[in-house]
Design a protein around this ligand. Sequence first.
Ligand code: SER
Length: 338
Amino acid sequence: MRKKGILITGAAGEIGDSLIRGLMDDGESSIVTLDLKPLAQEYKGKTTHIQGDLMDHALLSRLVSEYEIGTIFHLAALLSTRAEFTPEMAHQVNVEGTLGLLKLASEQSEWRGEPVLFMFPSSIAAYGMPNLQVKAQFSRVREWEWNYPTTMYGCNKLYCEMLGIYFSQHYRQLAAERPITLDFRGLRFPGLVSAFTLPSGGTSDYGPEMLHAAAKGEPYACFVREDTCIPFMAMPDAVKSLRMLARAPAANLTRRVYNVTSFSLSAAEFRDQVCQYFPDARITFKPDIKRQGIVDSWPAGLNDNDARRDWGWKPDFDLERAFGEYLVPNITNRYRSE
Ligand code: SER
């Protein structure tokens, strides 16, 4: 008998850390985590952790021989800045890694006679605004607008969304009888800010970096201009949206990929928020013209009306609550105890 389990790839990353906690709060006891890195000490023994490579087919085969996977949270990815330095490798991990997992999930769905739920975090990077005038004019983009990413990471995310939809709706469409296949659901996240972890290799990182540096009493030179505006969301809301969409009845969904967001603000406003709580923060602006170009291509805000309508999405943390109730108290605590 195979053990039943939920699989989380990229589990040692930023979203993984909070998602594991969230699923454990839900009473989920059979979590299989996969990452190149070990999991944080606090999760030792609480999940079955496999330290290994998503691209290792033998490892994936072994995994499905031991576990009946009903849900996959596929979080593993190389983020936008990192991917620009190694685009082919980003393609391998972000696209080929996803393709392998989609195939595995399809086979598992057929074998179980029930769709495997495939949860996929996508990103504002799937959008590409051609210039700042257009960005100012279309400040709350809908899912189908401006799908012209300018980064390898954005291209990878957009294409993998399409692959997920293809596997859900059209895979083996010419077979005499189309087999049961997976149930793909994706979320386009804004920049995420966690109190407990720092992102690595992303381009929205200036927000969290600014805040964590201030809490540690370190100076920070922000790599985008003061007027740069993108949407952000507190990590608990990202996890909440993943759990909500995973639980939503399929009949309520009118799309397979949804925008979700919380608050939009400029880098100067982000600094002002940080300084409100850490008045001694030493934040300067030293734009990196190339990373600036990437953030300029991302929309200033997302329209998440469809998520609100179809599955009742609503963030818990607006800007004030995100800083006042989640970020600042937890970050202060964290660095005080280090
Ligand atoms: N946070 C991601 C990045 O900066 C975008 O979703 O790459």
